[in-house]
Design a protein around this ligand. Structure first.
Ligand code: MG
Length: 452
């Protein structure tokens, strides 16, 4: 039996790996875990299968005795906002984030608006296996319907700095959840907004949902053609944001994170920034300039939230354009990322590319190798031996640290692959580092698969 929860919730092909029966059982298990009482907020994205999973999940929660606050179409940060601010005991988001249209997923949330901790997920998994408890007919839960988007937009606007310039912005929401909030929020802040792919369509005809360079060609062209100051792209559930400069060049997620943090942390006393071993050195460059302390943990939003809960922090971020603003919400927040980044551009008085040029340029290069899940630990140990003469950080995988660059070898948490990732000051050096990493990785995989 495969594990129910992956690195971030339950994911699978709709009506194949992930069925409405499973969603019902998961709802019932969550309700049982909560003692058959409490109020759970539930929201969903606009995938064609999302209403089906929302209904099944809600039925499971009600059958287990929980009351349900149904929010219907919501970006993930809005679900987090509602769970935290409307007196809920937990939350559920139906989305597969950046995965293609045929996938869906279920993510459980805690009452503070953060993703449910691993331990709780394991407990619910155990109840799911046994089967949760349906309550008596007179104890089943009640449903309340509400719009969380209006209160969310008002609250985020209250916290947003006012812009001095009228920035011309192209927003690409991938026909998904950002469409319901981002164009409106930016107009309210005085931007001139051109939106593309911003009508909801659960087949996502405009572009693939992951905001990575290969999917953002149209946005780049549109920014240049419309002489816009900046382009903004979200993933499917609008918890991640990537920016395009006025020349149509795409900024990496770490740079978006660095500038959003620069604006957000302004005036905060000795701010603490949480990031991962896979994030660019621009975070340290910015930290040196502005007096931040930086903590690097394992890759993934749950890991960042875990560090925040254990030892505090002001902001967290990843290289994929997911940024967390802890005194606002303990989850990745695509809209707040856009606001803070635009505020940084506004205050700089110049263009996005001029602002971007204030940080050193780095080159990143990535490759991957197939590796069966059961072999990953052994491969890591062999790699540790191979790099024993180097300075190595073993927070997550193996990060080989050189004076001015680094190489990361890390097993994927979701797929049977190993990733090899390097960052350096020239593209040649980044490629050479990945070459070195891949050579050792292939040797290690071969050695691990040899009969002992
Ligand atoms: Mg997402």
């Amino acid at each position: 039996m495969p594990k129910l929860f992956g690195t971030f919730g339950v994911r699978g092909l709709a009506n194949q790996d992930l069925t409405p029966e499973a969603a019902y059982r998961l709802g019932l298990a969550y309700a049982t875990h909560l003692g058959g009482k409490g109020k759970i907020a539930i929201g969903h994205d606009n995938r064609t299968s999302s209403e089906m999973f929302e209904s099944a999940m809600a039925a499971g929660l009600l059958a287990g005795g929980c009351n349900v606050l149904r929010l219907y179409l919501t970006p993930t940060p809005v679900l987090s906002f509602a769970t935290k601010n409307f007196g809920c005991d937990g939350g559920v988001m139906i989305t597969a984030s950046h995965n293609p249209a045929e996938y869906n997923g279920i993510k459980l949330w805690a009452e503070d608006g953060a993703g449910l901790e691993r331990e709780c997920e394991r407990e619910i998994e155990a109840i799911f296996e046994k089967g949760g408890e349906q309550v008596e007919w007179f104890e089943t839960g009640k449903t309340t319907k509400m719009d969380a988007i209006g209160p969310y937009v008002r609250a985020i606007l209250e916290r947003a700095p006012r812009f001095k310039r009228k920035l011309r912005v192209v927003v690409d929401c991938a026909n998904a959840m950002g469409s319901l909030v981002t164009p409106q929020i930016l107009r309210e802040l005085g931007c001139s907004v051109l939106s593309m792919n911003s009508n909801l369509d659960g087949t996502f005809p405009g572009r693939k949902l992951e905001p990575v360079p290969e999917n953002l060609g149209e946005l780049s062209k549109t920014v240049v053609a419309c002489k816009a100051d900046v382009g903004i792209a979200h993933d499917g559930d609008a918890d991640r944001t990537i920016m395009v400069n006025e020349k149509g060049e795409i900024l990496s997620g770490d740079r978006v994170f660095a500038f959003a943090a620069m604006r957000y942390l302004k005036g905060k006393k000795s701010p603490r920034v949480i990031t991962t071993v896979a994030t660019s050195m621009v975070i340290e460059d910015m930290a040196k300039k502005l007096g931040w302390s930086v903590v690097r943990g394992k890759v993934g939003e749950p890991e960042i939230v875990g560090i925040f809960k254990k030892s505090g922090g002001d902001i967290g971020g990843e290289e994929n354009g997911g940024v967390l603003f802890f005194d606002w919400l303990p989850c990745r927040e695509g809209m707040m990322t856009a606001i803070q980044f635009l505020a940084a551009v506004d205050e700089s008085g110049g263009t996005v590319s001029e602002l971007d040029a204030t940080l050193p340029k780095y080159y990143q290069f990535k490759q991957r190798a197939k590796c069966p899940n059961e072999m990953k630990e052994k491969v890591l140990e062999i790699l540790a031996g191979a790099f024993s003469d180097y300075r190595v950080d073993r927070t997550d995988g193996i990060r080989v640290v050189f004076d001015a660059d680094w190489l990361l070898l890390r097993p994927s948490g979701t797929e049977p692959i190993f990733r090899c990732f390097a960052e350096a000051k020239t593209s040649k050096r980044a490629e050479d580092l990945v070459g070195l990493g891949m050579k050792e990785l292939e040797k290690a995989i071969k050695k691990a698969s040899a009969p002992s």
